[in-house]
Design a protein around this ligand. Structure first.
Ligand SMILES: Cc1cc2nc3c(=O)[nH]c(=O)nc-3n(C[C@H](O)[C@H](O)[C@H](O)COP(=O)(O)OP(=O)(O)OC[C@H]3O[C@@H](n4cnc5c(N)ncnc54)[C@H](O)[C@@H]3O)c2cc1C
Length: 325
């Protein structure tokens, strides 16, 4: 009988796991949002296209580079030939090529997820074992299953809340630290006067400014994506959103000399878990006895490529375990 696996999360880690395990198991992906990609996110509003999560990704790992090149041929990934103005003290120039999903950052996830069984708008709230197999409950109390394995790729603090305390990786999972970020999206009616299409700032509030419309395939009027610093976001996570936007705009004005407070479009997104401050230090967690595992960027570091690597290592480990049983 075919093994049934539930994967929680349709970000890059969850989709990579599902596509790599579907040869050896029946895999169902559960995703709380409406779309795929997780933090590789795109928001379209009033004709503007914003990548409001990950800005670009690098591909040093040979398997991830192969996927990047394959999806480039399909038009789901593109090269962003950007010169980043890195203003942090001691910053060195990176020779890495920078890739983006196309036509939006979620393009890569959409390409991987194409033929997978994915249940969107389904937020898993609890797992329980019945007759040796896992049943999942979503926010509407609808049950799904049974499954032989459950793999969570939600950010570490959310995975820690979902998996039961008897999970053998629970203590190590609790050690992982993630930080937040605020993203301010600004739609313009003129080209902004920026010194570079991307600025990595050295500023107490603002961490990153990008002319998102400079990325390949982002047709439409000019628009900016501004990220706060992670430590500043953590210190102000529950503050008034208008105040947050005001502080970010003030920071951008200091850094660029440009005042965008009257821009025709403005939107703010709060990421409670954006970056990885203290990773697990291992590619995944697995408890073969319980049929539980966890993967995601938080295992190795807060980058797209780390999410892929974590998922790839875990899919090999699960496939190996299935072969042995
Ligand atoms: C603001 C920001 C900027 C970034 N910039 C960069 C960058 O420039 N370069 C780079 O390489 N990386 C960057 N990153 C990090 C990068 O986005 C992540 O490393 C990567 O996307 C993580 O993928 P993942 O699959 O591990 O997790 P996610 O993408 O977080 O996927 C997890 C998924 O699980 C879903 N989920 C959570 N809980 C549940 C539940 N209970 N039920 C169902 N679904 C659930 C979530 O909705 C999400 O879709 C950035 C991230 C942010 C937020």
């Amino acid at each position: 009988m075919q093994t049934n696996i539930a994967v929680i999360g349709a970000g890059l880690a969850g989709l990579t796991l599902a596509s790599q395990l579907r040869g050896v198991a029946d895999v169902t992906v559960f995703e709380k949002s409406r779309g795929l990609g997780g933090r590789m996110a795109e928001r379209r509003r009033s004709g503007y296209r914003f990548d409001h999560g990950a800005q670009y990704f690098t591909a040093r790992d040979p398997a991830f580079l192969a996927l990047t090149e394959e999806t480039m041929r399909l038009g789901a990934t593109a090269l962003w030939p950007v010169e980043i103005d890195d203003r942090r003290p001691g910053a060195t120039k990176s020779e890495d090529r920078r890739f983006v999903g196309a036509p939006g950052m979620n393009g890569l996830a959409r390409a991987i997820g194409q033929d997978l069984d994915i249940r969107c708008t389904t937020e898993i709230s609890a797992l329980r074992k019945e007759s040796g197999r896992w049943l999942l409950t979503d926010k509407t109390d609808a049950p799904s299953g049974p499954f032989d394995w459950v793999i969570s790729t939600a950010p570490a603090p959310q995975t820690a809340r979902l998996l039961p305390p008897e999970f053998s990786g629970a203590d190590r999972l609790a050690q992982v630290r993630m930080s937040g970020c605020f993203t301010l999206m600004i739609g313009l009616d003129r080209q902004p006067l920026l010194e570079a299409a991307a600025i990595r700032a050295h500023h107490p509030v603002v961490g990153w400014i990008a002319l998102n419309s400079s990325k390949p395939g982002r047709e439409g009027p000019p628009c900016l994506v501004i990220h706060s610093r992670n430590d500043w976001a953590d210190a102000h996570m529950d503050e008034d959103r208008n105040w947050i936007a005001h502080e970010l705009l003030a920071g951008v004005a200091e850094l660029t000399g440009e005042n965008y407070s009257d821009a025709p479009h403005r939107d703010l997104h709060r990421w409670r878990y954006a970056n990885v401050e203290k990773p697990l230090g291992a590619p995944f967690l697995i408890d073969a006895e319980l049929g539980l595992a966890a993967a995601g960027d938080w295992c190795l570091g807060g980058r797209v490529e780390c999410a892929f690597q974590s998922a790839q290592h875990l899919s090999r480990a699960v496939a190996e375990t299935l072969r042995e049983t």
